[in-house]
Design a protein around this ligand. Structure first.
Ligand SMILES: C[S@@+](CC[C@H](N)C(=O)[O-])C[C@H]1O[C@@H](n2cnc3c(N)ncnc32)[C@H](O)[C@@H]1O
Length: 400
């Protein structure tokens, strides 16, 4: 694709948005705002919340703590090395471990009515901005090819829609493209499809697991995963990262991943939401709605403390596995907020090359064998849509 006026304009808008978001996110919390959050927490989790049982099975957690370290090494990087050396052995080990310690189920609902509140938070918009930056750098080198993009753990399709809007906006009338979204939750996929109809988008949403993507290798120009891989148990994260690297095009592909950091706690997150999106969170009705999501957040927080396989992966561990083990190139890495509190999110963008695909060789062979028993989506049979069908280009949202 030629570098064109729309591309330049979009890049400028996104960079401005990026700076603005950092500025908003860095604002420290005032004593008043902190008191409001503390009050809502006490009200919800001590008075009302006491009646809401957070489901953490402590016996299962104790057993997992005893057994996990016998099966798996300390870091995700070492787990990935094992997977690449002996894919079938590692898969078998995961199955064995999970037959004794089934991973906890986290049903993260992204029902539009409540989820739209947090979707407007600057912390979440930062994820969107990072995805758009990755998209810009991949679309420019995708000259002459249909542009395929994938959003993993898409929820109700927030990032998939950002991706489609952006491609529409910058691709002019010439190129075909298709955006896909996969999520483990059937309910979230239903919501995503409803929004597809409402917004006139043509994203293909399918139920699927990030650890077993049903797509051929080397096909995607953009792979995105926003606040989803941290919900995947630690010993499965090597599958997730290997799958992203497998489906990513080695020529022009970019993968971007965001997740909460190890500093993340529901309370710190609430402080950040309050200080950066005061307009929304000074409204008690909004706080109550978000508390429903908070219930799931509280469960995740407790699970992260209780179960070894639910601990978050650090930025360092992630960088090491990509650079040293997969020999991928890190395009960009960043935390936010930068000031005013601990960094609660991190994100990075990477690209893969021939060496990465070589490191993945045995793993890819195993996936190709499994393909015979799985219903893979053949991209060449999905019609690439031209942007002519979309006369309306939505403007980029700006936070103020
Ligand atoms: C916090 S939500 C984020 C949704 C969306 N990416 C966003 O940022 O708006 C996490 C999503 O990851 C999905 N998820 C969790 N484990 C998954 C897996 N193994 N494969 C695919 N999706 C998964 C959940 O169902 C949920 O929709």
């Amino acid at each position: 694709m030629q570098r064109n006026a729309q591309w330049e304009k979009r890049r400028e808008q996104i960079e401005q948005n990026f700076q603005l978001l950092h500025k908003i996110l860095n604002r420290p919390i005032s004593r008043f705002e902190k008191t409001v959050v503390d009050f809502c927490f006490a009200l919800y989790f001590q008075l009302i919340g006491n009646r809401i049982k957070i489901k953490v099975d402590h016996n299962a957690a104790r057993m997992a703590r005893d057994i996990f370290c016998k099966y798996f090494p300390d870091t995700v990087e070492e787990m990935l090395r094992e997977l690449l050396r002996d894919p079938e052995g590692y898969i078998q080990k995961v199955e064995e471990y999970e037959s004794v310690c089934p991973p906890p189920m986290i049903d993260f609902g992204t029902e539009t009515k409540t989820f739209k509140l947090i979707m407007n938070d600057p912390a979440r918009q930062m994820e969107e901005t990072r995805t758009e930056l990755a998209l810009l750098s991949s679309i420019i080198s995708c000259n002459g090819n249909a542009y395929y993009a994938l959003d993993i753990g898409t929820g109700n399709g927030r990032l998939a829609r950002v991706m489609e809007n952006s491609i529409r906006c910058i691709s002019g009338n010439q190129k075909g493209y298709r955006v896909f979204g996969v999520d483990l939750s059937e309910k979230n996929i239903e919501d995503a499809n409803t929004l597809n109809k409402k917004t006139g988008a043509s994203i293909v949403f399918t139920k699927g697991d990030m650890n077993r993507l049903l797509f051929p290798s080397d096909v995607f120009a953009l792979v995105n995963s926003a606040s989803a891989s941290y919900l995947n148990p630690k010993h499965r994260r090597p599958f997730d990262i290997a799958e992203m690297a497998r489906v990513l095009s080695p020529d022009y592909g970019r993968a971007t991943v965001t997740n909460p950091t190890e500093n993340f706690s529901l309370k710190e997150y609430s402080y950040m939401m309050m200080r950066s999106n005061r307009k929304t969170y000074l409204n008690p009705m909004n706080i109550v709605q978000v508390m429903f999501l908070g219930q799931c957040g509280a469960q995740i927080e407790d699970l992260m403390k209780a179960r070894p396989e639910m601990q978050v992966t650090t930025t360092n561990d992630m960088m090491n596995m990509l650079k040293r083990t997969l020999r991928a190139e890190i395009v960009d890495v960043g935390n936010w907020p930068l000031e005013g509190g601990p960094p609660l999110f991190w994100g990075f963008t990477f690209s893969v090359n021939g060496k990465t695909k070589e490191s993945l060789g045995r793993y890819i062979d195993v996936r190709e064998k499994q393909r015979k028993h799985e219903d893979w989506i053949p991209l060449d049979r999905v019609k690439a849509v031209t942007v002519k069908e979309y006369p309306h280009t939505p403007a980029l949202r700006m936070v103020s």
